[in-house]
Design a protein around this ligand. Structure first.
Ligand SMILES: CCCCCCCCCCCCC/C=C/C(=O)SCCNC(=O)CCNC(=O)[C@H](O)C(C)(C)COP(=O)(O)OP(=O)(O)OC[C@H]1O[C@@H](n2cnc3c(N)ncnc32)[C@H](O)[C@@H]1OP(=O)(O)O
Length: 237
């Protein structure tokens, strides 16, 4: 009897040790990831400022930072599964950004000099520097209040501004997509499939109407929870 109790205790201890090691590894990996992402977006911010100071115009700015932007925005995909947040909430946010970068801004050169592209770039950059530095300092247990405040207040203005920038950029792309027929498949073809990227973009624009309020209200709930200590019960995916 005593020996089985002891066995149980040894097993429990081993399990607890394994859990502790796993959580220490996850924390170490997340800290590294968030530091790398903060650094990446800081590099982008500096590159944009340097370009603008040197050239005195935003024309050509997107092209000059496109590779770095593609890398760091695409890398955010790893977040969809590793963080505790709902997969749907994070998924919509990350996928819509990757779509904007790869299938709109980088694919349709004619819109790269639009002010709307610069608008969402600047807004994303400020957001991500704040967000990733928030996670980093939180993981290191040294979170300055102004970063916490910025994380849960900036989005009130930046989120709508980012959406305006993204929607105006997609809208500006429509005529070029229609004229070029890019990423589209017309019938007849050997797969007997038809796809029109022009209408796909219109559907993406319309999908902001139901999806954006959900992301925005999610952030408002997070804000109440973190800044005002409200207990919020989120639905599971
Ligand atoms: C295929 C095509 C699809 C097209 C579809 C189109 C539809 C698009 C519709 C909407 C598009 C929106 C476009 C918006 C663009 C912009 O971004 S504009 C710029 C302004 N943006 C913002 O301010 C972004 C705000 N949003 C976010 O921060 C996130 O994207 C989020 C997923 C909505 C955030 O949610 P969440 O993670 O739940 O918030 P937090 O409070 O920060 O985190 C919750 C807990 O999770 C921990 N955590 C999260 N990430 C990390 C991490 N990287 N590392 C460590 N920990 C992390 C965090 O600490 C929290 O923990 P606890 O407080 O302990 O619970």
């Amino acid at each position: 009897m005593a020996s089985s109790e002891e066995d149980g205790t040894v097993e429990e201890k081993e399990n607890n040790n394994k859990k502790r090691t796993k959580s220490a590894l996850t924390t170490a990996w997340l800290t590294f990831y968030n530091i790398a992402m903060t650094a990446g977006w800081l590099v982008l911010a500096l590159a944009m400022m340097r370009f603008y100071i040197k050239k005195g115009t935003h024309k050509g700015l997107y092209r000059s930072i496109a590779r770095t932007l593609k890398f760091f925005q695409t890398f955010a995909l790893v977040e969809v599964r590793i963080v505790r947040t709902s997969v749907i909430v994070t998924g919509v946010q990350v996928c819509s950004r990757i779509f904007m970068v790869w299938f709109v801004a980088s694919s349709i050169r004619q819109i790269q000099n639009e002010e709307s592209v610069i608008l969402f770039l600047v807004v994303w950059t400020v957001t991500e520097i704040t967000r990733y530095s928030y996670y980093t300092f939180k993981l290191l247990n040294h979170l300055p209040y102004f970063i916490k405040w910025a994380r849960y207040n900036f989005f009130i203005v930046l989120y709508p501004l980012g959406v305006v920038g993204e929607l105006l950029s997609i809208y500006a792309a429509l005529p070029f997509v229609r004229r070029s027929g890019m990423f589209s498949m017309r019938l007849p073809n050997k797969y007997n499939v038809s796809f029109d990227y022009y209408y796909c973009l219109i559907i993406v624009m319309l999908s902001y109407i139901p999806l954006f309020p959900q992301l925005y209200f999610h952030m408002l709930r997070q804000r109440r929870r973190v800044l005002h200590g409200e207990v919020i019960v989120e639905k599971d995916d």
